[in-house]
Design a binder for this molecule. Sequence first.
Ligand SMILES: Cc1ncc(COP(=O)(O)O)c(C=O)c1O
Length: 644
Amino acid sequence: MERTWSLKDSQDLYLVSAWGKGYVGVNTAGHLVVRPDKSPGDEIDLLEVVDALREKRLFAPLLLRFSNLLTHRLREMHEAFAAAIAENEYRGRYLAVYPIKVNQQRSVVEEVYRYGADYRFGLEVGSKPELLAVMALADDAEPRLVVCNGFKDDDYIKTVTLAAKVGHSIVPVVEKPEELALILKYARVHGVRPRIGVRVKLASPGAGRWRESAGAKSKFGLFVSEVLELFSELRRCGMEDCLELLHCHAGSQLHDIRRIKDAVGELAHIYAELVSQGAENLHYLDVGGGLGVDYDGSQTNYPSSMNYTLEEYASEVVYRITSVCDEKGVPHPTIVTEAGRAIAAHQSVLIVNVLGRSGLDGFAVEEDLDAIASSAEEVAQPVLDLVEAARGLTERRVVECYHDTIQAYEQVLNLFSLGYLSLEWRGFAERVFWSTCARIRDVARGLPTKVEELTELNSILADTYFCNFSVFQSLPDSWAIDQLFPVVPIHRLDEKPSRQAVLADMTCDSDGKIDRFVGLRDISRTLPVHDLVEGEDYYLAIFLVGAYQETLGDLHNLFGDTNVVHLRLLEGNGWTLDEIVPGDTAAEVLSYLQYDVGQLVEQVAKSCRRAVDSGSITDIEAQEFTAYYRGELDGYTYLEPEEQ
Ligand SMILES: Cc1ncc(COP(=O)(O)O)c(C=O)c1O
């Protein structure tokens, strides 16, 4: 007898503990929960949230952001470095700056800034508009560090200089040799002593998808010889004290700790040499971003994972810097990190509803195959071969039967293309083919040893679950760089999933799908899901989407921003909705593309008047249609449930 399915089975099947890192769990109702500060008692039931939002007529797709989770990530960063500093008897401090490009949404940046206050965490910008946003935000009496990366023109440097003049603790990082002249020019014009950072091109290669961010061919940074020239130039101007920060960035999602060790070690040596040569005010060592996220939970040296923990990262960074500084007898600098992904990824979860499914294993063969095989009626040979293969399926002959089935079906299709087979026989052959494939898959599943070529039937025959979202808007990295994101049903986890599916989005684009999932041993081509029940909603949650996805997303097919909801745990018990940001309406996305919405309505009203004049609709119908059109412009861009 098959044992009953347990909540733990679901938890293991979807590897929730592996990638969830304590932030995600399953409750006794079989629902997924988020534990924003990892404490098992303080959890938010995702189905409860979806139901509560539905009451407010806020429908999926929904992006849920968990404020306490962001706080928790910042605290973990601080604590990991505090422990490493104590362990290595490090005499400098640690500061994180949040690179806002990871998620520039106002509420996210504000929350990071607010929650990072206790640790004096600052911000990093990579462009002029990012700087303009941050300047208005970072207005503490005791200013916090703002690091300015990216290509800089006159206006960028002028803005940095003015920000410094009004009291911001702001350091522009020279990414190209010409930027130094601009910094010196605006410092002179506005009468400020500039604070200068410099990004160095490391020889240690980067790693992973963003390996080009480091190394001699990297887009940014100065060669070591150029750094030396920059320092000589400052010295010539009597401004060597202006060099305060040394920076590198070895790439994003560094999945192998060796890359971090190499990069930080090299950077520390450059720092120590510069200090020894007289850069005595060089006191920030900025190791850039790159701290990984274990998207697949495998804790391996695989691009969607990482073979180290946050604690190991902090320990390595602090240890490398300590040992180089001690060896060279230079002061321990303030260590700055620009980790973005690792801070922001966990805080957001995308919830999508499944609208329906299609599959290839539902074909039934009503006809009696024995009768067809022995029929007096003339049946084309490939059709008979297909029927024979179906009738002859046994465990022992399963592989042979699979080959025969494929060969016969190919011949059926050829015969049809040549005009020798009727549409009816082609339809019959289609049903026999797919139903035989499904039976072969089932027989193969029961075999004591796996047959490689038959296991591919699992993905070929997988269902397609149509989900209400756009990959291009909400998961651009899934489409663009095959980034894995964990996907799990938010309910029915006390029930064994009976089907395997790939997920298709709502865009009219065959790339709009997810067909790579987090799997136990490897990437899985299908996701275990529950059968859909008529009249019941089925929701999936897609995790770790808080970094890079929101602003990289685009308007393919004019699917706009989803509804966004900020949730916060309440002291004691329960949760509250902190902020609701309704998703784009159709009118909003059309206006982004320069449509004049008023004119559109006017145009439609005009067509209606013409139709009234020609007698095809009545006056009332014309009014109703125009009002309906206006209402649709104010509606969500995604599919919505019908009004009750
Ligand atoms: C200069 C710089 N700093 C920080 C980051 C953030 O990197 P991550 O999100 O991987 O931590 C990036 C991103 O590539 C970057 O280019």
